[in-house]
Design a binder for this molecule. Structure first.
Ligand code: HDD
Length: 700
């Protein structure tokens, strides 16, 4: 009932305010009706049921209640780790039969494509966190094979923080936001993380990777992936070998610089998700080769570390990668929640021809994922959700349970049975999965193997395999993160560990922190670190493919910009298979020299140069007066220069470069003719100008 005090209702005859036709969609004959979840057609989706137009809403309104109730339950528990992810559909196709090393069905026939769903994620942040924190990236792929689903649940870093699953909740609690204050979100730069790490020497190798450029990738399309653990490949004849899985992006790997990552996080928190989505929408399908390092069981004993230790890798220079085939991601999800959120990967999902090793981290994971899906997806039937369901037939005697979607028929849900109908599921000793019959002996014991005890040699190997700019980035990242740790003894302990990795690194980080190196805490390694031969294949800069393929160029245009140059640049980028976006001072457009009104993708303030791999400024002299006084324009250029990008510019744009403090070098190229465009493109293919960095930025 309307309150007596309220002003009188307008007369019933008063016309209700008119909404634009398209916001008030009513079905016409033959169109689908909006209905309740139970199929009742809904006549009005704009107004709740009230007593009078200004009166109280009635409890009777079951349509309102159903709509709100469903909305209230739209969220499910987010993943405890890897909560923020982006997914895509695609396929995997082998190059040739791998029957000599595995009987896995999807690796036998080069003509056969296997459907996949891949999900890439950050680890520490919540589902709504940004895409570019310094963090490990998850790289999970579900292969829907004819022998059931194979889930390869890896990361973009080939080693891990810990050696035993017993420590997983600890390392995750340490990195996640601190429980009393609820921050920092998606960041390892805080005391609890470094407290745990400084007391966990086995993390040191992983720390080198996590502080490297790998942890701030330019694009999910450019990350490498690793299975991390040692797995087994088993042939049809029962021959078993150890393997390490590798994913390699065909367009090469690249990272952003830290200052850029921070700015991207503000300008576009969805930077990676958008990039993946848009690349697939424009037909620029991301591709990865899948390969394995194959290790004969007899070879395993000769390696200078234990294959069961997930904090170690095998340099490619020692055991090369055999490429097995290619994955192409060619379809975006239809629905982010239904697919990317509900996809449930489990390392325990394997197929005949693939087996586990006794890596204690892997063994713990074999339990954890199924367990977490039970609560995350509300019960034991999550395999029936379309993105999780095998594409091959599946049948067993498991029944009922929460969220049961199948209607199982018949009276027999067990075996053996004499009354089950013909065709009832039976076990299959010939084609069924068999565990590799490894001999296990040993006393029950809670103890770490001594073969896991060398925590510094491979950390050193990684650091010394980096190019000088990459080494500087590791030192800078360590200094940045440790500077956020207010507890001095944690910093001193970390400096102590760094001393065992590399004395120069220790000194550089100490200097950047403004702490005397002599204050480093004494750390007694369980095994003295050794000098292993560097592995150049671990460096990203060292294997930069020098290409613009899959990269994005940004062209800043103003009124009067040279139309011919714009067309020539667009054609040149297209030839290189690079995407191009235009930026203009105003989103309404810029009129180029031939009088064409060009519509940009971004206005200046909405399209900062951090979005692009290389940039061009095509400006007229007349536009300079305004641009040099416009912070968005000056920052656009200053950032592009500071982020070491190759910059092409029309000679008229020089005042803007000067206002931005750009010092012309080999990576700043005046576009004063067709030849100049060619030279600019060749230089831009070379990627960032690392030689510019030391004059712009100190370590720390
Ligand atoms: Fe994990 C999710 C990768 C160790 C327990 N993990 C998860 C995802 C990836 C990884 C990519 C996200 C999958 C998706 O996109 O849905 N995890 C790894 C790697 C590890 C690793 C490469 C070490 C080599 N994880 C690890 C351990 C445990 C877990 C040791 C527990 C004992 N991981 C989980 C989990 C998650 C998970 C709690 C959270 C959500 C989920 O599983 O589905 O079960």
């Amino acid at each position: 009932m309307a309150s007596k005090k309220s002003p009188p209702s307008p007369p019933a005859a008063a016309p209700s305010p008119k909404l634009p036709a398209e916001t008030h969609q009513t079905a016409v004959e033959g169109e689908q009706h909006l209905t309740t979840n139970h199929g009742l057609p809904i006549s009005d989706n704009q107004n709740s049921l009230k007593s009078g137009v200004r009166g109280a809403v009635l409890l009777e309104d079951f349509i309102l209640r159903e709509k709100i109730t469903h909305f209230d339950h739209e969220r499910i528990p987010e993943r405890i780790v890897h909560a923020r992810g982006s997914g895509a559909h695609g396929f995997f196709q082998p190059y040739e039969s791998a029957a000599d090393i595995t009987e896995a069905g999807f690796l036998q026939d080069p003509k056969k494509k296997t459907e996949v769903f891949a999900r890439f994620s950050t680890v520490a942040g919540g589902a709504g966190s940004v895409d570019l924190p310094r963090d490990v990236r998850g790289f999970a792929v579900k292969f829907y094979t004819e022998q059931g689903n194979f889930d390869l649940v890896g990361n973009n870093i080939p080693v891990f923080f810990i050696q035993d699953a017993m420590k997983f909740p600890d390392v995750i609690h340490a990195v996640k936001m601190e429980p009393d204050r609820g921050f920092p979100q998606a960041a390892s730069a805080h005391a609890t993380f470094w407290d745990f790490i400084s007391l966990t020497p086995e993390s040191m190798h992983m720390i080198m990777w996590a502080m490297s450029d790998r942890a701030i990738p330019r694009s999910l399309r450019m990350i490498e992936g690793f299975g991390v653990h040692t797995f087994r490949f088993i042939t049809a004849e029962g021959m078993s070998r150890f393997v390490k899985f590798h994913w390699r992006p065909t367009i090469g790997s690249a990272a952003v610089v830290w200052d850029e990552a921070i700015k991207i996080s503000g300008a576009d928190p969805d930077f990676h998700r958008r990039d993946l989505w848009e690349a697939i929408e424009r037909g620029d399908f991301p591709e990865w080769e899948l390969g394995v390092q194959v290790i004969e069981e007899s070879q395993a004993a000769e390696l200078d570390f234990d294959l069961l230790d997930p904090t170690k890798l095998i340099p490619e220079e020692i055991i090369p990668i055999r490429m097995l085939g290619k994955m192409v991601l060619n379809r975006n999800p239809d629905n982010h929640f239904a697919e990317t959120e509900q996809v449930a990967y489990c390392p325990s999902h394997i197929v005949p021809g693939i087996g586990f090793s006794d890596d204690p981290l892997l063994q713990g994971r074999l339990f954890s994922y199924l367990d977490t899906q039970l609560s995350r997806l509300g019960g034991p039937n999550f395999h029936q959700i379309p993105v999780n369901a095998p594409r091959c037939p599946f049948a067993n005697n498991q029944r009922d349970g929460l969220r049961q979607m199948q209607v199982h028929k018949g009276r027999v849900a067990y075996e053996p049975s004499q009354i089950s109908p013909p065709g009832a599921p039976r076990e299959c000793p010939v084609h069924g999965f068999r565990t590799h019959p490894e001999t296990e002996t040993g006393e029950k014991i809670r103890k770490r193997s001594e073969t896991f005890a060398d925590h510094y040699s491979q950390a050193r190997l990684f650091f010394r395999s980096m190019t000088p700019p990459e080494q500087n980035h590791i030192a800078s990242a360590l200094a940045f993160e440790l500077a956020k740790v207010e507890v001095v003894k944690i910093r001193e302990l970390m400096l102590g560990h760094l001393g065992h990795i590399d004395a120069d690194l220790q000194q550089t980080v100490a200097d950047a922190l403004g702490m005397p190196v002599k204050n480093s805490a004494k750390v007694q390694p369980a095994v003295s670190p050794r000098d292993l031969a560097p592995s150049p294949s671990l460096s990203l800069i060292g294997k930069d493919p020098h290409t613009l393929k899959g990269r994005k160029a940004g062209i800043l245009i103003t009124d009067g910009a040279d139309a011919g140059q714009l067309a020539a640049l667009q054609a040149a980028f297209k030839k290189e298979k690079a995407a191009v976006e235009l930026i203009a001072p105003k989103i309404g457009g810029a009129t180029t020299s031939d009088g064409t009104l060009v519509e940009p993708h971004h206005s200046l303030s909405g399209g900062p140069s951090v979005f692009f791999d290389t940039v061009v400024i095509l400006a007229s002299e007349a536009a300079m007066g305004d641009l040099v006084r416009e912070a968005a324009a000056v920052n656009w250029v200053r950032d592009a220069f500071g982020h070491l990008k190759v910059i092409g510019y029309s000679p008229e744009a020089v005042p803007l470069l000067e206002a931005a403090g750009v010092e012309l070098d080999d990576g700043t190229i005046a576009l004063d003719g067709a030849k100049a465009i060619k030279g600019y493109v060749t230089t831009a293919k070379g990627g960032r100008r690392w030689e510019r960095e030391p004059s712009l930025r100190s370590i720390g």
